[in-house]
Design a protein around this ligand. Structure first.
Ligand code: 5GP
Ligand code: ZN
Length: 113
């Protein structure tokens, strides 16, 4: 195991060493609520493979990600949402384990956040 992987927060979440609010899990993919949500239901979907950037992840791990994102969209009932995936510091990546954000965007005109 590389030292980067050993110290990776999301690898620790995968191993159960750090708790998370789990939404979905399979042999290749994990989805959980973001600890600092930008909106209600803000979720992260990650491959259970340590890679810093999208290009580092094998296709078979990437293949399940978007179907899981779709499940989360359906589960939250969000009609409007952002899917966000940052790579590198300049692109605002803070956690160096590939992750997809699913950020529901409720209609604030209806008094929801
Ligand atoms: P980035 O800027 O790298 O695309 O986003 C990283 C995301 O991971 C942030 O939205 C941040 O709130 C979330 N995050 C960081 N540490 C933890 C953690 O320990 N648990 C959970 N659930 N989310 C985390
Ligand atoms: Zn990792």
């Amino acid at each position: 195991m590389s030292s980067k992987m050993a110290s990776c927060i999301f690898c620790k979440i995968i191993k159960g060493e750090i708790p998370c609010l789990k939404l979905f899990e399979s042999d290749k993919t994990l989805a959980f609520l973001d600890i600092n949500p930008l909106s209600k239901g803000h979720a992260l979907v990650i491959p259970k493979f340590h890679g810093e950037k999208l290009a580092d992840i094998p296709d078979d791990h990437l293949g399940e990600i978007l179907p899981v994102v779709k499940k989360l969209i359906a589960a939250t009932g969000a009609t409007d949402y952002n899917i966000l995936q940052n790579n590198g510091r300049i692109a605002h990546q803070q956690v160096d384990h590939v992750h997809f954000h699913m950020i529901p965007k409720p209609n604030t005109e209806q008094g929801l956040n």
